[in-house]
Design a protein. Structure first.
Length: 101
């Protein structure tokens, strides 16, 4: 199973979104596990080796940092603000799968 990592500043919303996306993936047999992580938990990325890293809108300023560090091997994308705000698990996971290829 491949991993989708959502990066946030450790807020409650990333946990709720990752749970919704994980449930959506399981219900549609997509083969992805979704996990929300704290922006300071970079060592977790090396351990998990995710298929994609998705940056929450409120920490979009971290995009360049993550893209510079991991972008050569792992796609790094910003989560679209409206989809994040409405917790649209289907739209966000679809964007992730499209980017992964």
């Amino acid at each position: 199973m491949s991993e989708i990592l959502l990066v946030d500043a450790a807020g409650m919303s990333i946990s709720m979104l990752s749970n919704k996306m994980d449930q959506y993936s399981a219900a549609h047999d997509l083969g992805y596990h979704v996990e929300g992580i704290d922006a300071a938990a970079e060592e977790h990325i090396a351990h998990v080796k995710p298929a994609i890293i998705m940056i929450a809108p409120q920490v979009s300023y971290l995009f360049d940092k993550y893209n510079d560090k991991y972008g050569a091997d792992i796609p790094v994308v910003n989560i679209e603000m409206m989809a994040y705000g409405t917790m649209n698990a289907e739209k966000i996971i679809s964007a992730a799968i499209e980017k992964i290829g």
